[in-house]
Design a protein around this ligand. Sequence first.
Ligand code: A3P
Length: 320
Amino acid sequence: SSSPVQKNSEEEDRWVSELPRARFWDAMDICLWEGIWFEPGLVKPALNFKTNFEAQNEDILLASPPKTGTTWLKALCLCILKNQNIEDDEKDDVLTKENPHFNVQTIESMIYSTKPNPDDDLYTTRKDSPRLFHTHLPYNVLPDSIKQSDCKIVYITRNPKDTVVSLWHFFNSIFRTNQDPFPLEKAVECFCSGIHQYGPFFDHVLQYWGETQKRPNKILFLKYEDLKKDPKGEVKKLADFLGKPLIDEAEIDKVLWRCSLDRLKNLEVNKNGSILYGVPNSSYFRRGVVGDWKNYLSTDMEKLIDETAKLKFEGSGLHL
Ligand code: A3P
């Protein structure tokens, strides 16, 4: 599936409509571009990003598959970059003012933003340096200017079993508000077949994993479980990578507290409203427990995911 080189909008529409299609759950069509499944409405914005975005050396791009800790990573980076010189007073904390998905928008989804952030017109205006933004796009389709400049990338991913359970809750809350949940067994099969937004999950992870092996100073590769297990060590590493080292333990503790699930979940800006059409801000915050999959997955489902992961990750040195 090649990309149209700057065609007009109609040609692009036709090109998108001719991409291979499949059904995600029984909820929506998705289409295959560059080996990854996309919501059709996001292909053109993704292509626009790939073609027209000009990275600056100071830029920081966050990247992740859905439901792997994106919200937490956005909050942590905001806190590290914007909160360092504020008083303890909550009112100065950028996290109390807006949901993290407003302050760090996901580039290809901005068309669904209920509140476009004028500072986020990344194609025309220059934001404060460093510019901080996020994408769920796979590494393959990132703009060359991101790959070739000194722009830094922070990637986060998560154990596939917790990811699938988190996805299942999330899409049930969006697509099936007044219905029974989608059968979990089918959701697991769908995840393992790779036919879901930004899937296959395993390929998404492997693309960034491969790159971080080659260029560890360019891409910081984080795991949700590591952040849970050694929050101080991981946040220190993140702050160092962002060029804003956290000097003492008290500072690290403050960042962790400000970005904790319990605190964020209970802030007014996150209890109410919606930054993306159809997605309540509250739906980004659930339990945040490592191993929550044990409360949901049958042995067969567990096996299917483990075997898929084993096949995909074999020889890569990656364990999730
Ligand atoms: P669970 O569904 O397992 O609870 P994403 O932000 O990529 O959509 O991922 C959502 C997952 O991250 C959810 O996992 C959610 O509860 C968890 N999460 C959200 N904010 C968090 C935070 N501040 N700390 C830890 N986990 C968080």
